[in-house]
Structure formats: structure tokens, C-alpha cells
Write a protein that binds this ligand. Sequence first.
Ligand code: FES
Length: 549
Amino acid sequence: MSIADDPDRAPARSHLYAMGMSEEEMRRPVVGIASTWTGTMPCNLTHRELAAHVAEGVRAAGGMPMEFNTIAVSDNLTMHTPGMRTSLISREVIADSIELMGRAHSFDALVAIVGCDKTVPAAIMALARLDVPSVVLYSGSMMPGRWRGRDVTIQDMWEALGERAVGRMDQAELDDLARHACPGAGTCAAQYTANTMGSVADFLGLAPFGVGDIPAVAGEKSTAARRVGEIAMEALARDARPSRVLTADALHNAIVSVAAMGGSTNAVLHLLAIARESGLPLRIDEIGEVCRRVPIITGLKPSGGDHTAADLWRAGGTSLVVRRLLEAGLLRENVTLVDGRTLADVAASATEAPGQQVVASVAEPVKPRGALAILRGSLAPDGCVLKLGGKNDFRHEGPARVFDSEDECYAAIQAGLIVAGDVIVVRYEGPAGGPGMREMLSITGPLVGRGLGTSVALVTDGRFSGVSHGLVIGHVTPEAYHGGPIALVRDGDTVVIDSAAGTLDLVVPESELAERQASWRRPERPVERGVLAKYVATVGSASDGAITV
Ligand code: FES
């Protein structure tokens, strides 16, 4: 019985009248519109306007929209500050917020408007928990900036820090680049974490292909957002709920998309979390197996080439990627897309721009294998993630340079204390140890800027920005905080990375490691309070998605 007709819900009706709602509107299906707008970042700055357009579409299709908001944390603004500890934690808080609003108000359907990195997996996790017909609207990428005749993104900013440190750029140039790198609203402008996860939402079937590709500031976005409101009502009519959309085959396709588009290491964490929330079995090694056989077919920064997300949109978008992957038989077609199309429909609808250079084919890829690899070994018994970035397999052996925090490591790099061949180990930055598994862009950016991106390896129980590249290995598990082998590494120990063998090893005799283990004590840290303390108490392993249930 609707609120309009239930005699006992007269008090509830009085609040709906207070918002201007009529009884006819109270009888309509209610579509919750979760916006992850905050005024603290460019990434999600358009969400309020998009929510209004979605609401128009819902109304036009016979539904009653109800908008609400969540928090969101900017990775770029918090990078290299204590605030970065909140970034991954925000994924849980956003997921919990959407879930609570859904449970509180018993929405018949949901639209989640997402942009910045954590907001995408967070929304998908919440939708999986609520299991009502749902659509994800990815708000879209920022346009690239233009500086000295070339396209630039936030990646150029971070690498410029290293260039300034070695004197290849002065402060005035750095400041000038900062004024030009990010020209307006939208998510970071290439295949970094946000756009990676936007594509994941498409390939999972929860977001309509073609909508997320549209840049945040493009005029077409408003029309597409209105259409998403209509799709939510259609999904309700078809009962296209996440448990019917988010299947093992859809998850497989999403992993293929991460590999083929040179996606971010964070996708591993988020795919595992989405799988756990959806009740789907997914081992971290399966992601590595897909990345080994699926090549990178898009020339997008940072792994595939120099193109930006706007270039992909102009070239034909993710629909064109679907066409290429289907042609090669790499996608599973027995999936349900939220807008009712099939993958074949999507592929057929793709418009390839004449002469485009962004999307290649599986037969003649941009890079021979996917962006990521999963390694195991004596330094990471439960697994870790190597950002291979389409590089050929490599072996790196070198002496460990150990740091117990990102900040100590950054100071050493900028002081010129890291040399070619070193293996930097940054620990106590895991989900529980950080807490919050900080991203290490303030390390990887300057390493690349100093010309050490291919000669110095970085191994950490923290994680990386989607912008990061180089010889980087993150998500090492078990993390140091829980006494994993990474806690036992000492300066000068030999570390061996072998991507072909899929191994990460610490070359120290077992007897010596046993002695170190026996004497290991968790370092004293200030006692965390509030949400950080709750997170430390509940967060699981990065190899299980670092979820808190
Ligand atoms: Fe928000 Fe990059 S910091 S998308």
C-alpha cells in the first residue's frame, strides 16, 4: 500500500505534503537518486545538475524522484597528506550511506551518480546490498588541459614535482602548469582509477554504455542524464535488479575491460570488494589470469599511450571497445545490461571516428598484455598487484630500501638518496596499518620525474593512484601491521621481482626470517579515534577487497 493510501501513514504524508508532493505523486514508484556531489573537488562538481536531469527523466517516465547526497573524498587533494588515509575509508562510508538511505526509504529503484574514484565502487557495493533495480550514472571525465602545445592531465602535475626536484623545471613553470592542467569539472582525465571504474560500471551492466564516456562538461551529458532517469523506470518494469545484472559473467567482462583499457591497480581492490558484496566468488589470481591473456587495446594514459578520456569519447567510446572485444571473443555475452540492450547491440551502435588512433584491435593491440599482474611469493604469500602497464615481462633484483611510512620515503627520494637498482619498500601503509591504505603518487610521480621510473622498484602494502606508473607493486598481503613478511624486510636485503614467474621474493634464509618474526613487535602508533578506529577494527585484507564486513 502506498503512503498516499495507508491510513496509519498520515504523519509521513504530512512531510511529503510539506515538500510539495501531491497524492498522485505519492502513488508513483519512488526512485532514489544518490548523488555523490561535494563542493570540495572538481570530480563530482556537476552532480547536482545531473541529479536534476535524472529527476526530470524519472518524472517523465511516471516515477517520483527523491534526491539525496553522500560524502566524497578527492584523492588528488588529499594525496601526500594525512587526509589520504580517509580516501579508501570513504568507499565504505559512501556505500553504507547509500545502503542506509535505501533501507530507510524503501526506494523502488535507484540511480547512483558517481565520479571520483571511490564513489563508483562504493555505489555499486551499496546497490548490490539493496538489490533493487538500479542504474549507475558516471558523471564523466575532465577535459585535458593544454600547456606548451600539448595535452596535460593531473599525471603531468605529479611527475613535474620530480622534474622540479632535479632542476628540469623551476617553481614558476610548475605553478604555470598547475594553472593549466585541469581546465574544469570532471574526473581525472585519462584511464586513472575513476575512469577505470566508470568503464567497470558499464561492463558490469549497471551503467548504460555511451553515457559515462561523455565528458563532464559536454552538453550531451544533460540529455544522457535525463535518459538515465527513464532507464531507471524501465529497469524497474523489467525488474533489472543487481542480482540479475551483476553476475559472474558480468564480473568477468569487467575484469576484461580493466585489462584491455590499461586500468588502475585500484580496480583489483574494488572488483574484489564488489564481488564479495555480490556474493560472487573471485580470487585475486583470476584477475591476473585475465590480464595475462587480454592485451591493452586503448592508447590511453597512463598505460596504453598518450590519449585522454576525451579522445576515447571522440574515437567511439567504450562501445567501440565492446565491438573489438566481442570480435575477439573475449566477452561473455550471456549478460543483462540495465538498459535492456545486448552487448551485440552496443557493439553495433558504436560509431568509430574515421582515422581514430585511440582504440586498436585485439589482433594488433597497443600493448601485448593487460595492465596488471598478480604476484605471490615469500614477500607476499597472500598476493599483491604489479602495475605492468603493458610493459613486457621483466625481472628486477635489488637491495631493499625500507621506510615505515610514505612520508619518510618521499623525503629520501627528494633528497636524492634513492639510486637506480634500489627496491623501495614502504610498509605500515596497508588498510589497517595506515590506516586507510594511502596511495603513493607522491612517491611514484617524483621517481618518474627524476628518471628512475624504470630502474627503481617500489613495493608497498599501500596502494597507488591510477596515475602512478613505473615498477610499482602494491597491496602486498599480509600487510605489515598484521606481521606479514613485508614487516621483516631490512635495508640491504635482496628483493626479486619476476613478472613472468608471477613472484615477489625476499632472499633471506628461512631461519633468519623466523628469528626476525619472533622478535617483531607492531610499532607504536597514536591511538586512532572515531571512524579511523572503527576501520582499523573491521577492515579485512586487500586481497579480499579491504571490505569492512
Ligand atoms: Fe577525483 Fe581523480 S581525484 S577523479
